[in-house]
Design a protein around this ligand. Structure first.
Ligand SMILES: C[S@@+](CC[C@H](N)C(=O)[O-])C[C@H]1O[C@@H](n2cnc3c(N)ncnc32)[C@H](O)[C@@H]1O
Length: 421
């Protein structure tokens, strides 16, 4: 069922070539806004990433900033483990702000990232790396051994949901697998004033969030866009898919997270009805990410889902975009509207946001979505939201305002700054 590839130890590249590849990578990571500090650059400069990637990966690929290398898949081809992309690793290490002498827990092993952390904490620090999969731990241990890091990284097979109490407390916990919640073990094992960096999924959208300890809750300092393989074990929580159409490769569905309700049958009927459209007048350059708009919509619309579709469904005209990850969608009972873009006439690389909607209330729902896009543009285009994670026992008057989500172990709130313009 699985493949676990190993490194190629036959070839020993020239030190000067490796040095050049790593310097190039550091420059690219800076340009990508993933690496800022001299400390993380120094770690990238010395750890041999090419010895942690699977067999068959070339040196250039090993040191390419955006490549994650898959180390294990399940029988359906779902990725279970990887050596994460260097950009994501550098970005999360910067978010973690690891200092010499710190005790760090990495959840999700691969070897390379743990070696980078070992460089950052130095001889006086401690690195613990745990993974739920014994094969992955064995692989990481073997590679850490081969590269001289085994005495500086403690590895263990464990479900990250429980952390590793025997090695706690930790000044930093870096979660390198997609999480839906923040289990109690992480805060229990966090040293006072510690930080957790975690790719947390909220309404289907994952951001790597740096959470600081604020005594009775966690508060985000910042977040960055990222993607990760999903958490297995006790903390597993999959996104639900409501299938709206599935005929010979023409598939349309809605990805629903955080237990959002949806009347699938009514929405299935809605998709068959004539579409309405509305346009916002809000524009964006062709190479500019609209991840911030999506996060705003996901965390301010009362009912939100991600519309997915196959290229065949788009070719048939059932939907306008065929993103496997999904397009921001406002649900409203038996109707829905999703975000679309169209080129702005007379402009080379400029697009306008709008909405396509289906269902009995299509025109109204399209207008509501477009209005939310305008509000984002007017008030929040340059803002970051603040995530907070509270124990479920927290009294409602102590919670911040904004979107409130009840997860298994936490109440998560997401607030946007008050409009000051
Ligand atoms: C992206 S990989 C880790 C990458 C690694 N940190 C590196 O050096 O690049 C994610 C890992 O998380 C592991 N994982 C999934 N669920 C887990 C859980 N509940 N506890 C611990 N590890 C888990 C997977 O087995 C996988 O190896």
């Amino acid at each position: 069922m699985t493949t676990l590839r190993s490194m190629d130890t036959d070839t020993a590249p020239e030190p000067a070539r490796l040095e050049a590849l790593r310097e190039t990578l550091i420059g690219q990571l800076r340009e990508l806004d993933a690496l800022h500090s001299e400390e993380v650059a120094a770690a990238v400069r010395v750890v041999p990433r090419h010895l942690f990637v699977p067999e068959g990966v070339t040196l250039e690929q090993a040191y390419a900033p955006e490549r994650a290398e898959i180390t294990k898949e399940d029988e359906h081809g779902v990725h279970l483990s990887s050596v994460s992309a260097a950009r994501v690793q550098a970005m999360m290490l910067e978010q973690a702000d690891i200092r010499p002498g710190m005790r760090v827990l990495e959840i999700g092993s691969g070897g390379y990232n743990a070696a980078l952390i070992a460089e950052l904490v130095g001889e006086d620090g401690e690195v613990t790396s745990i993974d739920i999969d014994a094969d992955i731990v064995a692989r990481a241990r073997r590679l850490l051994d081969a590269t001289g890091y085994s005495s500086r990284v403690h590895t263990a097979v464990a479900d990250g949901e429980e952390g590793l109490p025997s090695r706690a407390p930790f000044d930093r916990i870096i979660v390198t697998v997609g999480a839906w919640d923040i289990p109690p073990a992480w805060t229990d094992q966090l040293a006072e004033g510690g930080r957790i960096v975690v790719p947390l999924r909220v309404r289907g959208l994952t951001r790597s969030i740096a959470f600081d300890d604020a005594e009775d809750h966690l508060v985000s300092r910042e977040y960055r866009l990222c993607g990760f393989v999903p958490m297995q074990g006790a903390g597993e929580m999959r996104v639900r898919l409501a299938v709206l159409h599935d005929v010979e490769g023409e598939e349309v569905g809605l990805r629903l997270d955080d237990r959002q309700p949806a009347d699938t049958e009514a929405l299935r009927q809605a998709l068959r009805q004539q579409k309405s459209e509305a346009w916002s007048g809000v524009t964006i350059g062709g190479s500019v990410s609209f991840a911030d708009l999506d996060l705003y919509l996901a965390t301010t619309l009362p009912d939100y889902a991600l519309l997915t579709g196959t290229p065949k469904a788009r070719e048939k005209g059932l939907i306008a975009s065929a993103s496997p990850l999904g397009t921001s969608t406002l649900l409203d009972g038996d109707s829905f509207a999703y975000r679309v873009v169209r080129p702005v006439e007379g402009e080379e690389d400029l697009y306008e946001f709008g909405a396509y909607a289906h269902g009995p209330d299509a025109a109204k729902v399209a207008e509501r979505l477009v209005e939310a896009i305008r509000t984002w543009d007017r008030e929040h285009r340059d803002d970051q939201a603040v995530y907070r994670a509270y124990p479920t026992s927290t009294a409602s008057e102590q919670l911040a305002s904004g979107l409130l989500l009840s997860k298994r172990h936490r109440i998560i709130t997401i607030s946007w700054p008050a409009h000051t313009r």
